[in-house]
Design a protein around this ligand. Structure first.
Ligand SMILES: [Zn+2]
Length: 245
């Protein structure tokens, strides 16, 4: 049966001399792997090889969920062309795509998450400031965690559930899935102490756009540690984000 959906390409692998297997995150379908036959030929019906982070309407033939679907059409939107002009924006976008691929299951749709990755990609290609990019990346990562059922607890102590009063003594623990208060921190070997600035913004995410670059980098580092724990390995793009100046 032929299916139509809006989708963003989050991974491509060469399948043969002329074909690729691509992973798309599609609005109604969720994550899906498709074979794009002949996509690497000059005169391919997809207008050339499929590229990560492109998006638009896909049409695919799906016999059943256990076999690889076949991509028959991909009508790309030209909206994300600026992304390749800024390496930092590109690295942030590739990191978001990698995490999206690692945290979602095939045929498990998340329309809100789809809308949020598109919004993230459209916004990040428009910005030139590293702090703005980090802010967008952190917001997307938190949406991803929430939508995939891994939402960290940031409004109270994730261990004792008491309100977090003192931002001078606040910790994040991946094993506790959230913030930890001063009374509980001793029980968590993996805790990371937050600076008061990072503590203020992580408990008040609506203000995140007012945080400076160092604070955003600190929050992002904590999230990377958290993703590394969740996935039991560091995501490949993490080192490029940690190296941001
Ligand atoms: Zn506590």
């Amino acid at each position: 049966m032929l299916n139509k959906d809006q989708a963003v390409c989050i991974r491509t692998v060469d399948y043969s001399e002329t074909s690729q297997v691509a992973t798309f995150f599609a609005r109604q379908t969720g994550k899906i792997s498709v074979i794009a036959k002949g996509s690497k030929r000059h005169k391919s019906s997809f207008g050339g090889p499929l590229e990560i982070l492109t998006y638009g309407q896909i049409v695919f033939l799906q016999r059943n969920q256990s076999s690889l679907a076949t991509l028959t059409e991909f009508e790309q939107k030209p909206a994300l062309t600026n992304l390749s002009k800024n390496l930092t924006a590109l690295n942030c976008a590739l990191f978001a795509a990698e995490l999206l691929n690692l945290l979602t299951e095939e045929y498990d749709p998340h329309t809100q998450l789809f809308d949020s990755i598109i919004e993230f990609l459209e916004n990040i290609q428009k910005t030139k400031k590293t702090e703005q990019m980090l802010m967008l990346l952190i917001s997307f990562q938190l949406t991803l965690l929430t939508q995939t059922g891994f939402s960290p607890i940031l409004n109270l102590c994730s261990n004792c559930s008491m309100p977090l009063k003192n931002s001078n003594h606040l910790y994040f623990s991946s094993s506790s899935n959230g913030l930890i208060c001063k009374d509980c921190e001793v029980s968590f070997y993996d805790k990371v102490k937050l600076t008061p600035q990072a503590a203020n913004f992580i408990t008040n995410l609506k203000q995140l756009d007012k945080a400076d670059k160092n604070t955003l980098a600190e929050i992002e580092k904590i999230l990377i540690t958290h993703f590394t724990n969740l996935l039991s390995k560091p995501p490949k793009m993490a080192k490029h984000i940690l190296a941001l100046k």
